[in-house]
Design a protein. Structure first.
Length: 86
């Protein structure tokens, strides 16, 4: 059975006197710390990406598209207050 580097370096004597803090010196805590680290990095990269694209209009928002959308909305009475409807 292979013994990991962390388990090989820690002995019972190293963990004496730590009490509940001895759990922080296990492989599980390394996995948890790595998972939290990757999550934080992913969230930061995601927020930076979102902030970089959030102010841009879609490429389909041309004057022709806006005119066609306004005509369609008027035909469907989707803007009754602005168009002087009800």
């Amino acid at each position: 059975m292979r013994v990991s580097r962390v388990a090989r370096c820690l002995t019972e004597r190293d963990l004496q006197g730590l009490g509940p803090l001895a759990a922080l010196k296990s492989e599980g805590s390394i996995v948890v710390a790595g998972s939290i680290g990757l999550t934080v990095v992913g969230l930061v990269v995601g927020q930076l990406w979102f902030m970089s694209i959030s102010h841009k209009l879609p490429s389909t928002m041309t004057p022709q598209w806006e005119a066609a959308t306004a005509k369609y909305r008027a035909m469907q009475l989707q803007d009754p207050i602005r168009e002087g409807g009800y």
